[in-house]
Write a protein that binds this ligand. Structure first.
Ligand code: GLN
Length: 470
């Protein structure tokens, strides 16, 4: 095999690997060379693991030679630096974990290891996944492969950019309020946040535990289905993980959208949205109609409260989760005369400005006397937002909305508050050549419908994908 191997999709690489027309080693080397060539300009990676990756590739080739290897065997992936990886530095883009080497794997990492996937390295993010642009990383922002003077989105910007720049075949991210779907839309790749509880979070550094979810970044919807097949499913280490059986997501890609009802929420097509985004999304919806779907007007009346609700809940939970970084157990320690001083100095030096802001806000929201007024109230509004979706889904199967830089948080956050799955698929480019994403949202555990709808749109040829300029 010659040519740009790093441009392959998982599905195509899988076929070539299984037919022994390509080796995992060749493919891994192609990605590592690509990283060496472009990552200076992208900054998608915080840590690389070329030696380990090549050892994994050799083992994968052994398995492939013996036949009957799993779908992801020999597929090079990039991993957001929020997943614990045994023996490989995991920083969460924070100085407080600068030298932290985890003694065990996150469940999803262990599963990927087991099926023979290859880890190229750990990707950049906003510190502790707090942000929408990647600019809060202690390791500098990730640049957008479609225009390196712009951001790649956040918080999983490194993973999205690594896929868009073909530094890997696919990547893992996490999404607390949009961190998979936003960077996917900025970088013109597919990103899916599964239903809350669909994928284990054991060994994933916690930001806001009632919102965090794990998901893949891929070049195609089919690749997302292939990855989700391995990621999803019950985990005895994570009691919040659903016991529901995992369907074969790749089997769901039937291209049949007859009778599918897509809701277009009034509140999401709002003023302030860039004209070109509006046009691209409306054109995508037209294409869905041509494919056999019906468009329906729906309303999500509590959308305007989503951001306020999210920032109370997310910061409150973060303030509790981040209490563990005390300089005693792991990570940075700034020595002092006594423990209180040690905590203070360690946290003052280790955390960046955004993380400190959120810890302060969250601690305040949870403090006695304020708990009822803020946290409890936010939980009640959260129920109203969830009920909005439940009501809308009485008359439609999917909800569609646009994804774009300025307004993106408002479109993504409600989905986390309601615990629903959402996918972002490329649906156009603006006049500056920047990608535009269409978000599709489904009822809980509707990943099959989301992936099927995304795949059908992709294969309809309505959008000619443009390569990144990198
Ligand atoms: N942009 C949101 C925030 O800053 C969401 C981040 C995320 O999903 N991790 O909190």
């Amino acid at each position: 095999m010659t040519g740009d191997l790093f441009r392959l999709t998982i599905a195509d690489a899988r076929d070539l690997l299984h037919r022994r027309e390509l080796s995992a080693e060749e493919l891994t080397r192609a990605c590592l060379d690509r990283i060496a060539e472009v990552d200076r300009r992208i900054n998608a990676f915080i840590t690389l693991s070329p030696r380990e990756a090549l050892a994994q590739a050799a083992a994968a080739d052994d398995r492939l030679r013996h036949g009957d290897a799993p779908a992801l065997c020999g597929i090079p992936l990039a991993i957001k630096d929020i997943f614990l990886t045994r023996g490989l530095r995991t920083t969460c883009a924070s100085k407080i974990l600068d030298h932290f080497v985890p003694p065990y794997d996150a469940t999803v990492i262990a599963r990927l290891r087991e099926v023979g996937a290859i880890f190229l390295g750990k990707t950049n993010l906003d510190e502790f996944a707090m942000g929408s642009s990647g600019e809060n990383s202690a390791f500098g922002p990730t640049c957008n492969p479609y225009d390196p003077t712009r951001v790649a989105g956040g918080s999983s910007g490194g993973s999205a950019a690594a896929v868009a720049a073909h530094e890997c075949l696919a990547a893992l991210g996490t999404d607390t309020g949009g961190s998979i779907r936003e960077p996917a839309s900025f970088c013109g790749v597919v990103g899916i946040k599964p239903t809350y509880s669909r994928v284990s979070r054991f060994g994933v550094i916690a930001f806001a535990s009632s919102l965090d979810q794990v998901g893949p970044f891929t070049k195609t919807a089919r690749d997302a289905a292939i990855l989700l097949n391995t990621l999803a499913g019950v985990d005895p280490h994570d009691s919040t993980c659903a016991a529901r059986p995992v369907p074969d997501y790749e089997d769901a890609l039937t291209r049949d959208l007859k009778g599918l009802r897509i809701g277009a929420p009034r509140e999401y097509f709002i003023e302030g949205m860039a004209h070109e985004v509006d046009t691209a999304v409306r054109a995508a919806l037209k294409q869905y109609e041509a494919l056999g779907a019906t468009l329906i007007d729906v309303t999500l009346p509590h959308t305007e409260y989503a951001i306020a609700t999210y920032y109370i809940l997310a910061t409150a939970e973060a303030s509790a989760n981040l209490a563990r970084y005390d300089g005693i157990r792991y990570g940075l320690r700034v020595p002092a005369e006594n423990n209180i001083e040690l905590y203070n100095r360690t946290r003052a030096r280790g955390f960046g400005a955004e993380v400190k802001r959120r810890i302060m806000l969250g601690t305040f929201a949870l403090s006695s006397g304020y708990y009822d007024a803020y946290y409890l109230k936010a939980q009640k509004v959260r129920t109203l937002i969830r009920d909005d979706f439940a009501r809308a889904f009485e008359c439609c199967d999917l909800i569609a909305d646009p994804l774009q830089m300025y307004l993106s948080d408002i479109f993504t956050i409600s989905v986390n508050l309601a615990g629903l799955p959402g996918i972002s698929v490329p649906c156009g480019y603006d006049s500056g050549g920047m990608p535009i994403g269409l978000q599709l949202i489904s009822p809980p555990f509707g990943e099959k419908t989301l992936l099927c709808a995304a795949d059908a749109y992709e294969l309809s040829g309505a959008l000619t994908r443009r390569p990144a300029v990198i």
